[in-house]
Design a protein. Structure first.
Length: 573
């Protein structure tokens, strides 16, 4: 049941009836007609902009449309009153029985709020995709949580989702990793080593040095890197991927696909992607203009192989092959996205760190060109996370050497808290993560506030079971605080579709906080008004009816937390 969609259908039916009666002209589009919660709850239960958006194309006054539409809507049994506000907004009040029926349907359905909007559309969500050179850091944590929650949200809204990790194992950074592991290997043999700039000094490589020693003995000691670089590179990359998988598992993230960048080299796949672009006239030899901020003295023009990305919305054309014949970083990325398109995805989503903002237009241009505009690419950037503890910035991780790791964060506060807090801001807004505040038991801590609401419901249900109360799916909804909770439950299916359509899982966290707030307000009113308490002394039938509403709240909170990858709390400790 999607109450907002149902009432919107009622509005559209009424508008069509007005067209049939010549009260509206033919040929109007109703696509922009919405039914949503009013800005001020005192104005009603729902509001529609129908008269406002149709006035100009209909060449009519919005208030004239609104009054005629109101007369149609009020004939429906679900509508109690319709008021015309201002120049032509319509505020609707629903019949009180609607809220009882809503709660009944929440409790009767195993899938309340789930949507078929996605219609099985195949979507690839690529996220994390960190270089396999060390453990995941806190920036990766935010991208991992965002990408994973977005994938779950899209599945909940009816999409067929693949979670994918792109292993950046084809560049020079894996050679640096191999050299760094070699230094730890020499260290394991008792030699003193120095980590030069450009190597990785983190303690996480110490076990790899010992593991390599156990594996090859002293075979590489004193040897030039031509004897060991390739072997250690493969050994270290596999070990780092194992560490990354462990880190993701701590956060409850499980990928469907790990795609190796290295698999694109020497296999003809990069060449095939560029040939596809060349066949469309989008590859040429040319010289780019100097980059902004450069002067002719410090820039040398070179002929390069270029992708005509400006034909697909980019600011400048992009090089895909250097003047020396080697690939640019962009070339394998083109090939990788060509592979996704060839795998038959209907839509692609890439989750990048904020430092990749300059890469967005060129990737969108490449996907647009390769798919002839058929496959959309949405690139979501995750902004930085600032960590605090005891009011001070959280110090660096000694184990990682240069950054705070995902493991540091999860070990401090747990996976559930980490995931929820990472979704309490929109992905492109900076996030402050205060280790003290996220564990605080107060309304100011959204994790606690939502979990506490679910735990309170579970506590009521345990007491009801102890008292032998037989539950009913028919609620008793009378007080305005009870109606407020029911109204918030009605918003859940609409919210899911909006969040899925906009690729914004943070909306789920915001909604859950609002629902928890309405529920806690109802709970607190029960302290003053005995008739609002969920357990009515000596009246099991009344108790069962009162408990139905909080049970419905728990259903929705559990579903929402499930999308976020957070386990609902059974009790608070």
């Amino acid at each position: 049941m999607n109450l907002f969609a149902d009432i919107r259908s009622l509005v559209i039916d009424a508008l069509n009836a007005m067209v049939a009666e010549a009260a509206l002209p033919e040929g109007l589009s109703f696509d922009n007609v919405t039914v949503e919660p009013p800005r001020d709850a005192a104005h009603g239960d729902m509001a529609t902009n129908a008269a406002m958006v149709l006035a100009k194309p209909a060449k009519m006054k919005p208030r004239d449309i609104a009054e005629a539409l109101a007369a149609k809507l009020v004939e429906d049994a679900r509508i109690d009153t319709v008021d015309v506000a201002g120049p032509g907004f319509l505020n609707l009040r629903l019949d009180a029985v609607i809220w009882t029926k809503l709660v009944e349907q929440v409790l009767a359905s195993d899938h309340y709020g789930q949507s078929s909007m996605g219609a099985g559309q195949k979507v690839n969500v690529e996220y994390v995709s960190a270089n396999p050179t060390g453990p995941l850091h806190v920036g990766h944590t935010r991208g991992a949580v965002f990408g994973d929650a977005l994938a779950s949200l899209l599945e909940y809204a009816g999409h067929d989702v693949t979670r994918e990790y792109y292993i950046n194992d084809g560049g020079a950074q894996v050679d640096v990793l191999a050299r760094s592991v070699y230094l730890r290997y020499l260290e394991a043999h008792g030699q003193a080593v120095a980590f030069e700039d450009g190597t990785y000094p983190g303690d996480y490589l110490v076990p790899l040095g010992h593991a390599l020693k156990d594996r090859v003995g002293d075979a590489y000691v004193g040897k030039g890197e031509q004897f060991w670089l390739a072997e250690i590179r493969e050994f270290a990359t596999e070990a780092m991927l194992g560490l990354i998988r462990e880190d993701l598992a701590m956060l409850g993230v499980k990928m469907d696909v790990f795609f190796s960048e290295k698999s694109l080299y020497g296999t003809g796949r990069i060449e095939a992607a560029l040939e596809a672009l060349e066949s469309k006239g989008l590859i040429y030899e040319g010289v780019l203009e100097p980059p902004k901020g450069k002067t002719p003295e410090d820039w040398e023009p070179r002929k390069q192989t270029l992708f005509r990305s400006t034909d697909h919305g980019d600011d400048v054309d992009r090089p895909v092959k250097k003047s020396d014949g080697s690939w640019t970083y962009f070339a394998p990325d083109i090939a990788y996205h060509f592979d996704k398109i060839e795998r038959g995805y209907d839509a692609l989503i890439d989750v990048f760190g904020a430092d990749h903002g300059g890469y967005v237009k060129r990737m969108k241009a490449a996907v647009s060109a390769l798919s002839d505009g058929r496959v959309p690419l949405d690139v979501k950037l995750t902004q930085l996370v600032k960590l605090y503890k005891n009011g001070e910035p959280f110090k660096m991780s000694k184990r990682a050497g240069t950054f705070v790791t995902l493991r540091d964060v999860v070990e401090q506060v747990g996976s559930d808290v980490t995931r929820f807090v990472m979704l309490t801001r929109k992905n492109d807004a900076p996030l402050d993560f205060d280790f003290d505040k996220v564990l605080e038991q107060s309304r100011d801590n959204p994790v606690f506030y939502v979990q506490y609401a679910h735990a309170r419901v579970r506590s009521v249900l345990r007491k009801a079971e102890d008292q032998g109360i037989a539950l009913t799916d028919t609620p008793k909804i009378e007080d305005e605080a009870e109606v407020a909770v029911a109204k918030k439950l009605a918003e859940w299916p609409r919210l899911v579709e909006i969040a899925a359509r906009t690729h914004e899982p943070h909306r789920i966290a915001f909604y859950l906080y609002e629902l928890a707030s309405d529920f806690h307000s109802l709970w607190n009113r029960g302290n003053d008004k005995a008739e609002l308490r969920f357990l009515q002394d000596g009246n099991n039938a009344s108790s069962a009816a009162k408990i139905a509403l909080p049970r419905a709240v728990a259903v929705v909170i559990s579903a929402g937390l499930g999308i976020l990858g957070v386990t609902p709390a059974e009790e608070m400790r």
